[in-house]
Ligand binder design. Sequence first.
Ligand SMILES: [Zn+2]
Length: 477
Amino acid sequence: MAKITPQKEDFSKWYLDIIARADLADYSAVKGCMIIKPYGFALWENIQRALDDRIKAKGVKNAYFPLFIPESFIKKEEEHVDGFAPELVTITHVGEKELGEKLYVRPTSETIMYDAYSNWIKSYRDLPLLVNQWANVVRWEKRTRPFLRTTEFLWQEGHTVHATEAEADEWTISCLEMYQDLDKEDLAIPVITGTKSEAEKFPGAKYTTTTEALAKDGKAIQAGTSHQLGQGFAKTFGIEFTDENEKQQLPWQTSWGLSTRIVGTLIVVHGDDGGLKIPPKIAPIQAVIVPIFRTPEEEELVRKECLKMEAELKEAGIRVELDDRTEKTPGFKFNEWELKGVPVRIEVGPRDLAKDEVVVARRDTGEKKSILLGKVASTVTFLMLDIQKNMYEKALEFQQKNTHEVFDYEKFKKIIKENPGFIKAGWCGDGDCEAKIQAETKATIRCLPFAYAGQAKGECIYCKKDATQIGLFAKAY
Ligand SMILES: [Zn+2]
């Protein structure tokens, strides 16, 4: 079997090797659109479930809106249409007949949802309106890569309407915190949160907040985003409500989303030269049992113990798989499950069984240990927690080690070129400096971190004028 390209040799190639070899996705006949294979989809479903639970716990209800958007809707919001125009797919004909009004395949659903909202909302009693949809969207991208950037992708988009600005602000942040919590607790991904600069915010939003993770190649990648939309969309789509004093008011809105890109994020944050590493909480398979035997007598004994162990682990709530394929060697299976990122592997052979033992190997550290048969369920249950915790700590250590505080532009350029990661640097707030830094280094402001808000001191890394804020710079996916 061909070797996986090492990360250090060619990170992009490593990524594509993992996608193919771990059986996550396949290319399709339509350029830029991927086929998500069962193992990749099971992973997405586990993330989806973890997020959907959180969304519902906030009192949000799921709904579904049409895939097609009338041209007039999209054209209503100028800033919004400009932001998406180059990637919009347009439908002009049905059969031979030309449509009276063109339709667009949704790149996002603000416009079609808010047209409906204008009919649903009449009074302050209808607020807040809290709706989320799980859907596919289409943006015709020039350069695509499975999960990280695809023409069609899956996501959730939440769209809420509030009576006051303060409430919309609070909601925007609470959704960002929801993503941060999902990233940390379920995906074992540490993120830095903050607001986007004007240049990087969502088209039509008042402001955008984001969670930024750091990939193993030193590039930033978004892991959930939440926008305060202000009153612009409400004005455009005629969403109004009568307040307690019988006065007509414009409401405030938010939208927030997370897409299948998160699967790509998971790969580039945790993966290594051996393949995927999936945190136990969202792993489609948490533990795999591999039987080892030579003779028919050994096979019978080993198989009996394996079946017993499988039942015990299921009983303990572990997503376990018994790999009883007879055409593959144990060595082949070890390799394959390691590649697929399964957190725990249990090796069951006659020599260990004679001592009432099996061997347990963990994917995160590579550590192998003999344990007593009676302790398999309790050990695996403990490992689920320990691996989850360890993966987060390792990722956090990497992020911290690769975050540099920089005061000198020459040093900034050198780091981005030779050893990329997050760079904390002063910024004057001028979009010109931001654009020039991007043109010269390809690094952009990933966010203006909340953690450093109001802490700006010294000068702008580019123009040397007084810094008004600290920016988190990086090259990005
Ligand atoms: Zn400047």
